[in-house]
Design a binder for this molecule. Sequence first.
Ligand SMILES: [Fe+2]
Ligand SMILES: [Fe+2]
Length: 287
Amino acid sequence: MSTATAITEQNPLGDIDQWDEFLAGRYQEGKSETEFRQYDAEANPGVAEFYRLNHQYQTHEYVLGKEKEYFGLTRGKKTIWEAAEFLNTLVDDSDPDTDLTQIEHLLQTSEAMRRDKQPRWMILTGFVHDLGKCLCLYGEPQWGVVGDTFPTGCAYSKDIVFPEYFAANPDSKNPLYQTKYGIYEPNCGLDKVHMSFGHDGYIYEVMKNYLPIESLYMLRYHSFYSWHRHGAYDHLCNEQDREMLQWVNKFNPYDLYSKGHTKPNMAELKPYYDELFAEFFPEKIDW
Ligand SMILES: [Fe+2]
Ligand SMILES: [Fe+2]
């Protein structure tokens, strides 16, 4: 059983992992900012088109609507394994023998943390961090599931990739949304900020009653690159956000660089993860 993704007008990526691969290239160690800017549109027309749609359609109003639609967690109860198996049904047309499944990608992230002797809650965070990509299976377009996230309702930072694409977003013509603080108070805290909608915000809502605050920051802001990699939007942050930034940064290399081609041995790893899930979660949680 699989949901093959076909390239369409709304979904220009062959599969959503192309966005992750683009990020790993963009933040390759030793590359300067100007170098990765050139690397962008020419080498990645599908990714550029994906960002064009993302920047055009992620309006503040769209975000509020999606928050209402998903943050109540009304899509049923699932165990972590069930959620992972569900995400695994999202596959593209590429060769199943050489390509890794979504579960295998998640295990590569968490296993890299485990090898580095990171705390158990962080290993767990590595495993669950991309489970929110199941939004694709609920019918959301790629530009509403993945992509760098950014605050809506205030001015766009020039540190967001492809900032020129925001010209097509209706919010860019709303003066209220185009001041530095927009609808927010100075240093109001990121919790008050309506981020562009995607898998980060959704998985945070699913996990927020179960995991420590450091983990929740990793989940909620792992795609907020203009903040955690470029230092933008400090004027919306409070002390807790600044304190937690170090954890988001600690998480990021595992997200970007842990994906290899060796298939994790599921049968061997399963008992460890069964125990890890049982330590933090009831059997089933709301999605
Ligand atoms: Fe992610
Ligand atoms: Fe990821």
